[in-house]
Write a protein that binds this ligand. Structure first.
Ligand code: SAH
Length: 259
């Protein structure tokens, strides 16, 4: 199986939203073929359990506000491991190509002539939509889907194009948006978004501690403050999140977790 990762090369592997059953088969094969695994804080514990005994595993951070390693240090560690001849898997929550700093890591590796490839993963927005039995797009109503991060560098303003985000024919998936929920709400309404636009918040999507909240854009600040806990959370905003009959439809895994 080891020919899957040549010694001295690196795979950036999408670990999905947390549930190991949401890994791709390829991701699992790569995890089993690695000699060293670097992983983020958002990689689910069930995914880490798939790392064979004896394989070196290195935690490299990063939860918002609780960084354990900065990006240059992570780049350096990947380069060093590859240059030492390891078969390196770099596990990243969700999909490596969505708010995952994949380009920085790939650049650092190719600069040293290290072979690097990506294995995609299920991103948080897809997992969250599945958890609430919603479609992110809706024929005739939500023709556009925008992935946006509401995380600003410390001290920086959130510099987003609110006007285009407020498009009534779109769904917005807001990553890292928990602490900016009030700013997101205020700016979208100021840009013309209807106040009763549905918002769904999913915390710990696909994990045992999954929690789901349905609200509206004008009530989002309060809802986010009172309802959300410590886990990673994603906001899905737009008409496609309207509930209606779908209220009856919940992910069975979530029901179990709630019992
Ligand atoms: N590459 C990841 C995103 C990394 S940014 C992906 O494709 O999903 C980190 C943000 O992703 C978190 O702040 C949160 O907004 C979202 N996220 C990641 N895992 C999540 C989960 N299990 N449930 C809800 N949101 C999640």
């Amino acid at each position: 199986m080891n020919e899957l990762i040549r010694p001295g090369s690196v795979w950036l592997v999408g670990a999905g939203p947390g549930d190991p059953d949401l890994l791709t088969r390829k991701a699992e094969k790569l995890i089993r073929a690695a000699s060293t695994v670097f992983y983020d804080a958002l990689v689910g514990p069930g995914v880490l359990d798939l790392i064979p005994a004896g394989v070196k595993r290195v935690a490299v951070g990063k939860r918002s506000g609780r960084h354990s390693k900065d990006q240059p240090s992570i780049n350096r560690m990947l380069v060093d491991a590859a240059e030492a001849g390891e078969r390196v898997v770099r596990l990243k929550g969700g999909d490596p190509s969505i708010f995952g700093r994949a380009t920085e890591e790939m650049q650092a590796l190719v600069e040293r002539d290290i072979n690097v490839q990506i294995c995609p993963g299920i991103t948080a927005a897809s997992a969250a939509a599945a958890s609430v039995c919603s479609s992110l797009t809706l024929r005739g109503m939500a023709r556009k889907l925008t992935f946006v991060t509401a995380h600003a560098k410390a001290g920086d303003q959130l510099d987003l194009d609110w006007q285009s985000l407020a498009d009534p024919g779109a769904t917005i998936a807001v990553y890292m948006g928990k602490s900016s929920a009030a700013i997101v709400s205020r700016n979208l309404i100021a840009a013309g978004m209807a106040k009763d636009t549905p918002v769904t918040m999913v915390e710990n999507a696909s994990l045992a501690g999954e929690r789901v909240f349905h609200s509206r854009i004008d009530l989002l600040p309060l809802a986010a403050k009172t309802a959300l806990g410590d886990g990673p959370a994603i906001l899905l905003i737009g008409k496609a999140m309207q509930r209606g009959k779908l209220d009856q439809c919940v992910n069975p895994a979530r029901l179990e977790a709630l019992q």
